[in-house]
Design a binder for this molecule. Sequence first.
Ligand SMILES: [Zn+2]
Length: 135
Amino acid sequence: MTTPPGSLPDLPPLPLDFHLLAAQHRYGLPTDWQWRTITSLDGGFIELAGASPIGTYQRGKRKGLSKFPPKASYRRVIITHQNVAEARHQYEAKTGMCSWCQGTGQQVASISIVNGITCRPCPHCNGSGTATLIP
Ligand SMILES: [Zn+2]
């Protein structure tokens, strides 16, 4: 997949956020909750701090983007690398697709206005798009 040189490339859909999925699963967070900071802690723990949007910016350079409450009111949750791995396993068991490329078999290699978007085969599934974590 490439876009014509000189045109601003359409970004491919963002890959699923398995840190968010693990946190939602473990803490029952609202579906619109988003982490705003992510911190790796000692011992295999990961701290996510975030909130649900409280609206969108109506004007200015951030017009249309989600607005969040003050940082001091963010909810802090702790997950583990194991939780993230379990979220990947659950996705692959449910869909049969590779959790890294979500079945596309592709990974974005570079994004450039000059050269457009360049993809390469997903290294986790060797470009097949099928699940690799489950037997
Ligand atoms: Zn893949």
